[in-house]
Design a protein. Structure first.
Length: 232
């Protein structure tokens, strides 16, 4: 199934970007005791929708192209879909290359390491270059790598205090940085999850010149009819 591409002021909107029409009211968080033990929940919780991997998930709508894009936010449902099916975070098409590896682009000042955990979905080389050009955060710092396997690991979210139910401060530089919590971690039932987190295995770090070369190679293959799906 082809993914519809949306544009805003002449700029392509990445597939995972949130739109203003997708915001939903924040439900009341309460204490719940379930099969896996005690943790946070919603007063009107629907287990099949609101809970996954023992974590409570943020609620978000699905209305891409309606309203205006919020480039600073990511739609939780589309992020989960791209991670699960290995889709490009920019165009929404399958990201795996001919050799089975996928490209990852992170906003980081250090190289991507073996076993690193991330909530960033994969990306095509050309889409990666487009993202670096369009995103101020990626222009400042970025790291790229080819990855052999992306394995489900946990969630990224906000951990809540088991007594007060108040959000706990994140260890990052910003007050609302998301914490990576592994599925087996007891804190997961106290976490309001925003994104799926995967562990990267078989990592080969790349330079920007490597990504440019890959993008050129893809263009040549496409021109020769070797790519069934374009990233544009």
């Amino acid at each position: 199934m082809l993914t519809q591409q949306h544009y805003w002021n002449g700029v392509r909107v990445p597939y995972i970007t949130a739109w203003t029409s997708e915001s939903l009211p924040v439900p009341t968080i309460v204490r719940r005791i379930g099969r896996g033990g005690e943790g946070i929940g919603y007063a009107d919780e629907e287990p099949l929708i609101d809970r996954r991997h023992e974590a409570l998930w943020v609620r978000t709508g699905l209305a891409p192209g309606r309203g205006r894009p919020d480039f600073a936010r990511i739609n939780s449902l589309r992020q989960k879909r791209t991670m699960r099916f290995g889709l490009c975070q920019v165009c929404g098409h399958e990201a795996a290359r001919a050799d089975g590896r996928t490209l990852y682009l992170l906003g980081a000042a250090t190289p991507i390491c073996e076993g690193e955990t991330t909530a960033a979905p994969p990306v095509h080389p050309r889409c990666a270059l487009e993202a670096i050009q369009s995103c101020p955060h990626l222009r400042r710092n970025h790291a790229a790598a080819l990855v052999e396997r992306s394995a489900p690991w946990g969630v990224a979210g906000i951990v809540h205090d088991s007594v007060t139910l108040a959000p706990l401060p994140a260890p990052g530089a910003h007050p609302y940085d998301l914490v990576h919590v592994r599925v087996a971690d007891p804190r997961i039932r106290w976490t309001l999850a925003n994104f799926t987190v995967h562990r990267l295995e078989g990592v080969t770090a790349l330079s920007l010149l490597d990504v440019v070369a890959m993008a050129k190679e893809d263009l040549q293959l496409e021109a020769a009819g070797g790519l069934a799906m374009t990233a544009t």
